[in-house]
Design a protein around this ligand. Structure first.
Ligand code: FES
Length: 313
Protein backbone atom coordinates (compact mmCIF):
# COMPACT_ATOMS: atom_id res chain seq x y z
CA UNK A 1 0.00 0.00 0.00
CA UNK A 2 1.15 3.56 -0.69
CA UNK A 3 -0.23 6.78 0.76
CA UNK A 4 -1.75 9.09 -1.83
CA UNK A 5 -3.29 12.50 -1.39
CA UNK A 6 -6.83 13.26 -2.51
CA UNK A 7 -5.94 16.19 -4.73
CA UNK A 8 -9.45 16.98 -5.98
CA UNK A 9 -13.00 15.66 -5.85
CA UNK A 10 -15.33 16.39 -8.78
CA UNK A 11 -19.09 15.88 -8.80
CA UNK A 12 -19.47 14.30 -12.27
CA UNK A 13 -23.02 12.89 -12.30
CA UNK A 14 -25.90 12.02 -10.01
CA UNK A 15 -24.35 10.28 -6.96
CA UNK A 16 -20.98 9.92 -8.71
CA UNK A 17 -17.81 11.65 -7.57
CA UNK A 18 -14.50 11.54 -9.38
CA UNK A 19 -11.56 11.31 -6.96
CA UNK A 20 -8.20 12.52 -8.23
CA UNK A 21 -5.34 10.90 -6.29
CA UNK A 22 -1.73 12.03 -6.51
CA UNK A 23 1.56 10.94 -5.01
CA UNK A 24 3.06 13.09 -2.27
CA UNK A 25 6.00 15.29 -3.24
CA UNK A 26 9.11 13.29 -4.07
CA UNK A 27 7.24 10.02 -4.77
CA UNK A 28 6.04 8.53 -8.02
CA UNK A 29 2.89 6.67 -8.93
CA UNK A 30 3.27 3.19 -10.33
CA UNK A 31 2.25 3.03 -14.00
CA UNK A 32 -0.88 1.08 -14.87
CA UNK A 33 -2.38 -0.62 -17.90
CA UNK A 34 -5.89 -0.28 -19.30
CA UNK A 35 -8.40 -2.27 -17.23
CA UNK A 36 -6.40 -2.08 -13.99
CA UNK A 37 -7.87 -1.38 -10.56
CA UNK A 38 -6.57 -0.44 -7.13
CA UNK A 39 -7.70 -1.43 -3.64
CA UNK A 40 -8.36 1.52 -1.34
CA UNK A 41 -8.42 1.50 2.47
CA UNK A 42 -11.37 3.67 3.43
CA UNK A 43 -12.55 5.23 6.69
CA UNK A 44 -14.52 2.71 8.71
CA UNK A 45 -12.18 -0.14 7.87
CA UNK A 46 -13.60 -0.79 4.41
CA UNK A 47 -11.29 -2.05 1.66
CA UNK A 48 -12.74 -1.56 -1.79
CA UNK A 49 -11.60 -1.99 -5.39
CA UNK A 50 -11.98 0.71 -8.02
CA UNK A 51 -10.98 0.77 -11.68
CA UNK A 52 -8.51 3.38 -12.81
CA UNK A 53 -10.44 5.35 -15.39
CA UNK A 54 -7.86 7.78 -16.66
CA UNK A 55 -5.59 7.52 -19.66
CA UNK A 56 -3.05 4.77 -18.87
CA UNK A 57 -0.38 7.03 -20.34
CA UNK A 58 -0.83 9.43 -17.41
CA UNK A 59 1.72 9.02 -14.67
CA UNK A 60 0.85 11.96 -12.42
CA UNK A 61 -2.54 10.84 -11.05
CA UNK A 62 -5.08 8.06 -10.56
CA UNK A 63 -8.73 8.83 -11.30
CA UNK A 64 -11.44 6.82 -9.49
CA UNK A 65 -15.13 7.34 -10.20
CA UNK A 66 -17.24 6.23 -7.26
CA UNK A 67 -21.00 5.71 -7.27
CA UNK A 68 -22.50 6.34 -3.84
CA UNK A 69 -24.77 3.43 -2.93
CA UNK A 70 -26.54 4.22 0.37
CA UNK A 71 -27.95 0.68 0.49
CA UNK A 72 -24.63 -0.94 -0.48
CA UNK A 73 -22.00 -2.53 1.74
CA UNK A 74 -20.81 0.83 3.16
CA UNK A 75 -17.59 1.45 1.23
CA UNK A 76 -18.93 3.87 -1.36
CA UNK A 77 -20.85 5.79 1.29
CA UNK A 78 -17.68 6.15 3.37
CA UNK A 79 -15.80 7.34 0.27
CA UNK A 80 -18.40 10.00 -0.47
CA UNK A 81 -19.08 11.17 3.09
CA UNK A 82 -15.79 10.79 4.90
CA UNK A 83 -13.08 11.46 2.32
CA UNK A 84 -12.25 15.12 1.70
CA UNK A 85 -9.81 16.96 -0.52
CA UNK A 86 -6.36 16.96 1.13
CA UNK A 87 -6.94 13.64 2.94
CA UNK A 88 -4.40 10.85 2.63
CA UNK A 89 -5.59 7.41 1.48
CA UNK A 90 -3.79 4.08 1.53
CA UNK A 91 -3.95 2.64 -1.98
CA UNK A 92 -2.55 -0.61 -3.38
CA UNK A 93 -0.38 -0.77 -6.45
CA UNK A 94 -2.49 -1.28 -9.60
CA UNK A 95 -3.61 -4.84 -10.31
CA UNK A 96 -5.14 -6.03 -13.51
CA UNK A 97 -7.53 -8.97 -13.84
CA UNK A 98 -9.25 -7.34 -16.83
CA UNK A 99 -6.34 -6.70 -19.18
CA UNK A 100 -6.81 -5.37 -22.67
CA UNK A 101 -5.70 -7.98 -25.19
CA UNK A 102 -4.16 -5.85 -27.91
CA UNK A 103 -4.12 -8.57 -30.59
CA UNK A 104 -7.75 -8.27 -31.70
CA UNK A 105 -8.89 -6.31 -34.73
CA UNK A 106 -12.21 -5.13 -33.29
CA UNK A 107 -13.48 -4.45 -29.76
CA UNK A 108 -17.01 -4.16 -28.41
CA UNK A 109 -17.04 -2.42 -25.03
CA UNK A 110 -20.32 -2.75 -23.10
CA UNK A 111 -20.80 -0.81 -19.87
CA UNK A 112 -23.63 -0.67 -17.40
CA UNK A 113 -23.58 2.73 -15.65
CA UNK A 114 -20.48 3.10 -13.48
CA UNK A 115 -19.09 0.02 -15.27
CA UNK A 116 -17.75 2.42 -17.87
CA UNK A 117 -14.71 3.09 -15.65
CA UNK A 118 -12.32 0.32 -16.80
CA UNK A 119 -13.67 0.60 -20.34
CA UNK A 120 -12.80 4.30 -20.50
CA UNK A 121 -9.14 3.53 -19.86
CA UNK A 122 -9.41 0.88 -22.60
CA UNK A 123 -10.90 3.44 -24.99
CA UNK A 124 -7.87 5.69 -24.43
CA UNK A 125 -5.57 2.80 -25.25
CA UNK A 126 -7.55 1.56 -28.25
CA UNK A 127 -7.62 5.07 -29.69
CA UNK A 128 -3.84 5.32 -29.26
CA UNK A 129 -3.44 1.92 -30.97
CA UNK A 130 -5.80 3.04 -33.79
CA UNK A 131 -7.99 -0.04 -33.24
CA UNK A 132 -11.61 -0.30 -34.39
CA UNK A 133 -13.99 -0.29 -31.43
CA UNK A 134 -17.59 0.40 -30.45
CA UNK A 135 -18.77 1.55 -27.04
CA UNK A 136 -22.24 0.82 -25.63
CA UNK A 137 -23.21 2.50 -22.37
CA UNK A 138 -26.43 1.32 -20.68
CA UNK A 139 -28.03 3.74 -18.24
CA UNK A 140 -31.26 4.28 -16.36
CA UNK A 141 -31.34 8.04 -16.86
CA UNK A 142 -29.54 10.88 -18.68
CA UNK A 143 -28.48 12.10 -15.23
CA UNK A 144 -26.34 8.99 -14.81
CA UNK A 145 -24.13 9.66 -17.83
CA UNK A 146 -20.48 10.16 -16.97
CA UNK A 147 -17.46 10.81 -19.20
CA UNK A 148 -19.64 11.86 -22.15
CA UNK A 149 -17.09 14.48 -23.17
CA UNK A 150 -14.17 12.05 -22.92
CA UNK A 151 -16.04 9.34 -24.84
CA UNK A 152 -17.07 11.76 -27.58
CA UNK A 153 -13.43 12.74 -27.95
CA UNK A 154 -12.20 9.12 -28.10
CA UNK A 155 -14.91 7.27 -29.99
CA UNK A 156 -16.18 7.88 -33.53
CA UNK A 157 -19.78 9.22 -33.38
CA UNK A 158 -21.20 6.20 -35.22
CA UNK A 159 -19.47 3.86 -32.74
CA UNK A 160 -20.65 5.52 -29.51
CA UNK A 161 -24.05 4.43 -28.24
CA UNK A 162 -25.81 5.58 -25.07
CA UNK A 163 -28.85 3.47 -24.14
CA UNK A 164 -31.03 5.29 -21.65
CA UNK A 165 -34.03 3.22 -20.54
CA UNK A 166 -35.81 5.73 -18.27
CA UNK A 167 -37.03 2.63 -16.43
CA UNK A 168 -38.57 1.05 -19.53
CA UNK A 169 -37.21 -2.51 -20.07
CA UNK A 170 -38.27 -2.30 -23.75
CA UNK A 171 -35.58 0.36 -24.25
CA UNK A 172 -32.75 -1.89 -23.04
CA UNK A 173 -29.85 -2.57 -25.37
CA UNK A 174 -30.78 -5.52 -27.58
CA UNK A 175 -27.79 -7.72 -26.75
CA UNK A 176 -29.10 -10.71 -28.70
CA UNK A 177 -29.10 -8.74 -31.96
CA UNK A 178 -25.89 -6.88 -31.22
CA UNK A 179 -23.90 -10.01 -30.45
CA UNK A 180 -25.68 -12.50 -32.68
CA UNK A 181 -22.67 -12.98 -34.96
CA UNK A 182 -19.15 -13.39 -33.61
CA UNK A 183 -16.94 -10.64 -35.05
CA UNK A 184 -13.87 -12.14 -36.75
CA UNK A 185 -10.87 -11.34 -34.57
CA UNK A 186 -13.22 -9.47 -32.26
CA UNK A 187 -13.32 -9.24 -28.45
CA UNK A 188 -16.12 -8.19 -26.12
CA UNK A 189 -15.38 -6.47 -22.81
CA UNK A 190 -18.27 -5.97 -20.41
CA UNK A 191 -18.44 -4.33 -16.99
CA UNK A 192 -21.71 -3.65 -15.24
CA UNK A 193 -24.54 -5.23 -13.30
CA UNK A 194 -25.02 -8.96 -12.95
CA UNK A 195 -28.11 -8.69 -15.18
CA UNK A 196 -26.11 -7.04 -17.96
CA UNK A 197 -23.27 -9.53 -17.73
CA UNK A 198 -25.66 -12.48 -17.76
CA UNK A 199 -27.33 -10.92 -20.81
CA UNK A 200 -23.98 -10.69 -22.59
CA UNK A 201 -23.10 -14.24 -21.59
CA UNK A 202 -26.43 -15.52 -22.95
CA UNK A 203 -26.11 -13.56 -26.19
CA UNK A 204 -22.60 -14.83 -26.92
CA UNK A 205 -23.05 -18.59 -26.60
CA UNK A 206 -21.90 -18.98 -30.21
CA UNK A 207 -18.71 -16.95 -29.55
CA UNK A 208 -15.53 -18.59 -28.31
CA UNK A 209 -15.66 -18.11 -24.49
CA UNK A 210 -12.19 -16.55 -24.47
CA UNK A 211 -13.48 -13.71 -26.66
CA UNK A 212 -15.79 -12.45 -23.93
CA UNK A 213 -14.28 -10.74 -20.88
CA UNK A 214 -16.07 -9.54 -17.76
CA UNK A 215 -15.32 -7.57 -14.64
CA UNK A 216 -17.54 -6.54 -11.76
CA UNK A 217 -17.00 -4.89 -8.39
CA UNK A 218 -20.45 -5.66 -7.07
CA UNK A 219 -21.23 -8.95 -5.34
CA UNK A 220 -23.27 -11.61 -7.12
CA UNK A 221 -26.93 -11.22 -6.32
CA UNK A 222 -28.09 -14.26 -4.34
CA UNK A 223 -31.76 -14.36 -5.26
CA UNK A 224 -32.44 -17.85 -3.96
CA UNK A 225 -31.83 -19.61 -7.27
CA UNK A 226 -28.49 -21.07 -6.13
CA UNK A 227 -28.31 -24.54 -4.56
CA UNK A 228 -27.94 -25.11 -0.84
CA UNK A 229 -25.04 -27.26 0.38
CA UNK A 230 -22.95 -28.04 3.48
CA UNK A 231 -19.36 -27.21 4.31
CA UNK A 232 -17.33 -29.37 6.65
CA UNK A 233 -14.35 -28.00 8.55
CA UNK A 234 -11.60 -30.59 8.15
CA UNK A 235 -9.84 -29.81 11.45
CA UNK A 236 -12.92 -30.09 13.68
CA UNK A 237 -15.42 -32.05 11.60
CA UNK A 238 -18.01 -29.30 12.18
CA UNK A 239 -20.74 -29.20 9.54
CA UNK A 240 -22.31 -25.91 8.46
CA UNK A 241 -25.25 -25.35 6.17
CA UNK A 242 -24.98 -22.71 3.40
CA UNK A 243 -28.41 -21.51 2.31
CA UNK A 244 -29.29 -20.33 -1.18
CA UNK A 245 -29.07 -16.65 -0.26
CA UNK A 246 -25.81 -16.67 1.71
CA UNK A 247 -22.13 -17.08 0.93
CA UNK A 248 -19.67 -19.55 2.45
CA UNK A 249 -17.84 -16.53 3.85
CA UNK A 250 -20.93 -15.32 5.71
CA UNK A 251 -21.55 -18.78 7.15
CA UNK A 252 -17.93 -19.19 8.27
CA UNK A 253 -17.95 -15.80 9.98
CA UNK A 254 -21.24 -16.58 11.69
CA UNK A 255 -19.61 -19.69 13.11
CA UNK A 256 -16.57 -17.66 14.23
CA UNK A 257 -14.17 -19.32 11.82
CA UNK A 258 -11.18 -17.06 11.38
CA UNK A 259 -11.13 -16.09 7.69
CA UNK A 260 -9.58 -13.06 6.05
CA UNK A 261 -11.43 -11.28 3.28
CA UNK A 262 -11.51 -7.96 1.50
CA UNK A 263 -13.26 -7.41 -1.85
CA UNK A 264 -16.09 -10.00 -1.46
CA UNK A 265 -16.39 -10.16 -5.26
CA UNK A 266 -13.76 -12.77 -6.13
CA UNK A 267 -11.05 -10.33 -7.15
CA UNK A 268 -8.46 -10.00 -4.42
CA UNK A 269 -7.40 -13.49 -3.27
CA UNK A 270 -7.58 -12.69 0.44
CA UNK A 271 -10.30 -15.30 1.16
CA UNK A 272 -8.82 -18.16 -0.89
CA UNK A 273 -9.03 -21.48 0.97
CA UNK A 274 -8.05 -25.05 0.19
CA UNK A 275 -10.71 -27.72 -0.12
CA UNK A 276 -10.07 -31.43 -0.01
CA UNK A 277 -13.39 -32.90 -0.97
CA UNK A 278 -16.43 -31.99 -3.06
CA UNK A 279 -17.11 -30.15 -6.30
CA UNK A 280 -16.95 -26.36 -6.51
CA UNK A 281 -18.85 -23.88 -8.66
CA UNK A 282 -16.20 -21.19 -9.04
CA UNK A 283 -17.34 -17.59 -9.35
CA UNK A 284 -14.05 -15.76 -8.89
CA UNK A 285 -13.20 -13.31 -11.64
CA UNK A 286 -10.50 -15.33 -13.40
CA UNK A 287 -8.45 -15.03 -10.24
CA UNK A 288 -7.54 -18.68 -9.81
CA UNK A 289 -5.87 -20.73 -12.51
CA UNK A 290 -7.50 -23.93 -13.77
CA UNK A 291 -4.94 -25.85 -11.77
CA UNK A 292 -5.58 -23.87 -8.56
CA UNK A 293 -9.32 -24.39 -8.92
CA UNK A 294 -8.88 -28.12 -8.40
CA UNK A 295 -7.88 -27.55 -4.78
CA UNK A 296 -8.74 -23.93 -3.92
CA UNK A 297 -11.77 -21.66 -3.91
CA UNK A 298 -12.72 -18.09 -3.05
CA UNK A 299 -15.19 -18.46 -0.19
CA UNK A 300 -16.68 -14.99 -0.78
CA UNK A 301 -18.34 -15.96 -4.06
CA UNK A 302 -17.80 -19.61 -4.95
CA UNK A 303 -20.28 -22.30 -4.00
CA UNK A 304 -20.66 -26.03 -3.66
CA UNK A 305 -21.77 -27.92 -6.73
CA UNK A 306 -21.84 -31.11 -4.67
CA UNK A 307 -23.90 -31.46 -1.49
CA UNK A 308 -20.83 -31.16 0.70
CA UNK A 309 -17.46 -29.41 0.53
CA UNK A 310 -14.65 -30.07 2.97
CA UNK A 311 -12.58 -26.98 3.74
CA UNK A 312 -9.00 -27.50 4.78
CA UNK A 313 -9.06 -25.20 7.79
S1 FES B 1 -12.57 -11.47 -0.49
FE1 FES B 1 -11.51 -10.95 -2.31
S2 FES B 1 -11.51 -12.80 -3.42
FE2 FES B 1 -12.77 -13.23 -1.73
Amino acid sequence: MVKLVVDAIHDVARSINLFELKAVAGCQLQAFKAGAHVSVNLPGGYVRQYSLCNNPEETHRYLLAVLCEPDGRGGSLAFHKDVKEGDMLEVSVPQNHFPLDQRAMHYTLIAGGIGITPLLSMAYKLKALRKAFDVYVCLRSEQDIIFREELEMLVAPESLHFHVTDGDPAKRLDLESLLAKPVPSGLVYCCGSQRLMEGVEKATTNWHPKKIRFESFTPRVLDGSDCEFNVKIASTGELMHVGATETILEVLRRHNVDVTFSCEVGLCRSCVMKYTDGEVEHHDQDLLTTDERRSRLTVCVSRGRSQQLTLDC
